[in-house]
Design a protein around this ligand. Structure first.
Ligand code: NOJ
Ligand code: CA
Length: 554
């Protein structure tokens, strides 16, 4: 049956092993520590864990500079620990996705070392070289203000090499068939060790033509089909979740018209407009973003998220819109990054306002797609702006009021644990929130539980209801003879909305509130009237709770 596709109704949780839980007290999170916390993740309702890079690496870009694709960095454990971890997840019904960072390697990778030393080595052509400095050397940098160019001189090779990201991340020549074969081999390796797929890093750059003479690079979308086919041949349920911050009109190229390319992509378009909608209390451009990204093959899915380990990239907004988001959520220059984004965690962006946090999460959980939660956001963790670049939002998980938030017994944690102020671990930690029925953590657990009972969101068709109130987002999903409806008030004022359900058959239907007892009966004209509190939200089922019996088989 088509609804076997697990990722269409999953809850994905993103973990960085080095900052989650340290078991051996050396200050660095490790697989043994992460394993101790699997019950916590299962209890939260997570169904898939996305593990950030954990392979051997010089760690100049938080592990996105891989020096060996077939190993585990010894600071985190070994391959045996990794298999214990995937097994532990499997036992608890959770799948594992891992990062696949193959646009580039670390400059410490043996392939690159050999390539620069030996012009005749087969690895020479695994990278992208130029004898002369290409004219485009100062264009296309991904980290403006920190990264100066995309071509750097290597004095051993006596040539320039291409690097889309930092200079210690030489790009692989992904057009080379040997490199492509190696990528498949890497995927096959980890599949065999129990993963259900890959969060693929920098996909548009992986498939883009690379080279000194390339003026208008063309994308080789067919490469994505090759990856996807290989995955399905080896392991039918495995997927790729792509990091591809691309314009909506190329989405179908990435998914493939028949779903033959990527299974999932992060929805960056909706992400940016979601923050604009929250900053401006106006749902209209968010609606446009959802409409622009609506088309996708039945088997494909969006990953919907609020924040991740990078900056909140606002590069696709118009200048004025971006300014609005900056003023609302990151007004100080220190909070902004790469001339396009905000580097803060979610809770401080929303001034720790519980109403706004709930609104943001309720939105994320009900956007068309599968939610992806960043570790620590479930307890409202903060950031440490004294740390450089994106590191401010990568501090260790805060488990308890014990020293260093219970993350490590060492007094030298790999990254400082936030201890002072409103977001310090004495105030924000898992243990305290576990005990408080009204905590954000317990609220989140209840919401995740309900979200899993609403597969209409991941599978269904959505439409918007007219309320004449741009502050209020009113959307409905229909799937297999069932409908659900969500209201979100983006504004700081209470709002009364009146609306009619979209389907004629739903006229006269009651709306059953899924989160509280306040249901809505239609008025005489078949309209519903609901008063939403500031930042209020409602989750309704259309008609009764006998929906399970009404759900059709296809
Ligand atoms: C995207 C990752 O999310 C980011 O953290 C990293 O720096 C770049 N890709 C380069 O791998
Ligand atoms: Ca450790």
């Amino acid at each position: 049956m088509i609804n076997d596709l697990w990722y269409k109704n999953a809850i994905i949780y993103c973990v960085s092993v080095g900052t989650f839980m340290d078991a051996n007290g050396d200050g660095i999170g490790d697989f043994k520590g992460l394993m101790r916390r699997l019950d916590y993740l299962q209890g939260l309702g997570v169904t898939a864990v996305w593990l950030m890079p954990f392979q051997p690496s010089p760690h100049k870009d938080d592990g996105y500079d891989v020096a060996d694709y077939y190993g585990v960095d010894s600071r985190y454990g070994d391959l045996g620990d990794f298999v214990e971890f995937t097994h532990g997840c499997e036992q608890r019904g959770m799948r594992v996705l891992i990062d696949l960072v193959v646009n580039h390697t670390s400059n410490q990778h043996p392939w690159f070392k050999e390539a620069r030393h030996y012009p005749n080595s087969k690895y020479r052509d695994w990278y992208v070289w130029s004898k002369k400095k290409p004219k485009s050397a100062n264009t296309g940098v991904v980290f403006p203000g920190v990264q100066k160019s995309t071509w750097s001189y290597d004095d051993v090779a006596r040539a320039y090499y291409f690097h889309r990201f930092y200079d210690f991340q030489p790009d692989l020549n992904t057009a080379n068939p040997d490199v492509q074969a190696e990528i498949l081999k890497i995927m096959g390796f980890w599949l065999q060790l129990g993963v259900s797929g890959f969060r693929m890093d920098a996909v548009p750059f992986v498939i883009s033509q690379k080279g000194a003479k390339v003026r208008n690079p063309v994308e080789d979308y067919d490469m994505l089909r090759t990856f996807s086919q290989f995955l399905t041949w080896r392991e039918g349920e495995a997927i790729i979740l792509a990091e591809a911050n691309v314009l909506p009109d190329t989405d179908m190229k990435y998914f493939g018209t028949a779903g033959e390319r990527l299974q999932m992509m992060f929805n960056f378009e909706v992400n940016q407009h979601l923050f604009y909608a929250m900053a401006s209390s106006d749902s209209r451009t968010l609606i446009k973003a959802m409409q622009a990204t609506k088309r996708r093959p039945l088997t494909a899915q969006w990953g919907q998220f609020l924040r991740n380990h990078d900056e909140l990239d606002l590069g696709r907004l118009e200048k004025q819109q971006r300014q609005t988001v900056f003023s609302a959520f990151g007004p100080e220059p220190d909070m902004q990054l790469y001339q396009r984004g905000i580097r803060r965690r979610l809770a401080p962006m929303l001034q720790g306002d519980r109403r706004r946090l709930e609104l943001a999460y309720s939105l994320m959980l009900t956007l068309p797609g599968t939610p992806v939660i960043r570790y620590g956001d479930e307890i409202g963790m903060g950031d440490d702006l004294s740390l450089p670049e994106r590191n401010c939002a990568r501090t260790p998980m805060q488990w308890s009021t014990e020293p260093n938030g219970g993350f490590t017994k060492s007094d030298k944690p790999v990254s400082p644990v936030i201890h002072d102020g409103a977001y310090g671990y004495p105030h924000v930690n898992v243990a305290d929130q576990r005990r408080d029925p009204n905590s954000l953590l317990n609220w989140m657990e209840r919401m995740i539980r309900m979200r899993k009972e609403v597969p209409e969101i991941g599978w269904g068709d959505f439409s918007f209801l007219t309320t004449r109130r741009p502050e209020v987002l009113a959307m409905q999903y229909c799937w297999r003879n069932n409908a659900v409806l969500f209201l979100h008030n983006l504004g700081s004022e209470p709002r009364e909305v009146h609306f009619q359900l979209n389907e004629a058959a739903e006229k006269g239907c009651a709306l059953v509130n899924l989160l509280s007892n306040d249901h809505s009966q239609p008025e005489r004209n078949d309209k519903h009237g609901v008063v939403l509190e500031p930042y209020g939200y409602r989750w309704y089922r259309v008609c009764g709770l006998d929906y399970l019996l009404k759900r059709s088989a296809s």
